[in-house]
Design a binder for this molecule. Sequence first.
Ligand code: ADP
Ligand code: ADP
Length: 230
Amino acid sequence: TPAVEFRDVTFSYDADRPALRQVSFTAPRHTHVALVGPSGAGKSTLFALLARFYDADEGQILLDGIDITRQMSIDECRSKMSLVEQTAPVMHGTLRDNITYACPEATDEQIQRVVELASLNGLVRRLPEGLDTAVGEHGDMLSGGERQRIAIARALLPQPSLLLLDEPTSQLDAANEEALTRAIAQISRECTLLVIAHRASTIRAADTVIALDNGRVTDTGTPEEITARR
Ligand code: ADP
Ligand code: ADP
């Protein structure tokens, strides 16, 4: 049973133009799937349907073989996944507070695990008081790439079986570029990873690439196959 399966999913925000048209694909468990395509292709809409911000007009979405609309509550569906948006907020408080926001009872061991997975060790070492540094009031001490990896650590703490990651479109510096590449490689060993991919290295590292355009799946294959046909 695949971790995620879309079967002929169609969805429109408004009557005239569907944002997704008969979209079908599967993501086997513990694979890294990259969604690619131009702006407006339907990539974020696909995430919004998975997280049940909206329900499909037609077709089915299955998580581990279970229909998310007909056989699951919204809470049950969301408990299986974490969503990391492109620009992730950093809140007031310490780095630790920011990571444990949704799981305040997390142990040091669990925190250290997600710090490593999200490739935040360098940041923790650089901050004057490590995990106990107040980053909320000094949001500008963090780069956009670090903020997103903090959001990734926060998202991984409840051990979701599926991580939905909207990769930053903005340019990352070399250190952040490398850290995100490493984080993605590590995460895809632990859970199923669906990434809206903008960076070439994320596309290259994927097990499967799904190309979307104008709401339709236009191609599916390995990174090599997709690139050769592009
Ligand atoms: P350009 O520099 O011509 O704008 P990019 O390589 O930046 O092209 O890619 C633009 C968009 O196309 C990206 O957002 C990405 O989602 C998508 N994309 C990148 N590589 C591929 C690929 N191999 N196959 C399909 N789509 C891709
Ligand atoms: P992508 O993430 O690939 O850039 P989106 O899923 O955001 O694409 O958008 C797919 C289509 O749906 C686009 O035509 C976009 O204008 C439209 N769309 C996205 N969000 C909304 C919304 N909240 N209301 C109406 N139309 C929307």
